[in-house]
Design a protein around this ligand. Structure first.
Ligand SMILES: [Zn+2]
Length: 214
């Protein structure tokens, strides 16, 4: 067991540089998740109290509804907060709780990940393991997007994958036959919320629209 503080424990295959990037993203993601947890719990409390809703809570409600659609109840806010708290715990784990991230090179990724050949990462809903495609340009020196840094994308990605792992075990949801991903088609994320909030509140990238400001 590692005693060094590494967050999702450092599994096999990592270069020093890639691990540094990944680990930094984990810390950033955990921090944002915890902030979201606080906001959701505070808003849930306000709603349950049945009194006057503060401006802060109104803003939280509007932003959360914007991300997942519908009119989320206090119970919805609490349930989502609990999921995000569990993900933050996973990200902050050094491997003691079983959360481990492994790095795959291009060849290994192509063999093992045919279904997600172009994805930067994957995580099984039955485990606490994150598989990271460090041959993805996301780990390279060139920004893969014009509107965001690679660090921002990586931070979103680790948040996304942590929601797949236990105990949350969320699956990516489908809209019109395609999985709903922010980085594949952000319009779909919005459409899922607009048409099926019950699914959207279980979809990692809908929830993450509330968590990350980019
Ligand atoms: Zn996913």
């Amino acid at each position: 067991m590692r005693h060094r503080r590494t967050w999702y424990g450092q599994g096999w295959g990592w270069s020093k540089d890639d691990w540094k990037k990944f680990n930094k993203a984990q810390k950033k993601a955990a921090k944002r998740l915890r902030k979201a947890v606080k906001r959701l719990r505070r808003a849930a409390k306000d709603l349950s109290n049945g009194g006057k809703i503060s401006r802060r809570t109104r803003r939280t409600l509007a932003q959360f509804a914007g991300a997942v659609g519908g009119s989320p109840s206090a119970a919805d806010l609490k349930a989502t907060a609990n999921m995000l708290a569990a993900s933050a715990t996973a990200l902050a784990d050094d491997g003691t709780l079983g959360y481990v991230a492994n790095s795959y090179g291009a060849e290994q990724w192509a063999i093992g990940m045919a279904r997600s050949a172009t994805a930067p990462a994957a995580a099984n809903t039955a485990t606490r393991t994150m598989l990271v495609n460090t041959s993805h340009p996301l780990f390279g020196p060139q920004p893969i997007r014009t509107d965001q840094t690679n660090e921002q994308v990586l931070t979103w990605m680790v948040g996304h994958e942590s929601l797949h792992n236990k105990p949350n075990s969320l699956e990516d949801q489908y809209f019109m036959g395609s999985r709903v991903y922010q980085y594949v088609d952000p319009a779909r994320v919005w459409q899922l919320g607009a048409t099926n909030p019950q699914l959207a509140i279980q979809n990692p990238d809908n929830i993450l629209q509330f968590v990350f400001p980019w």
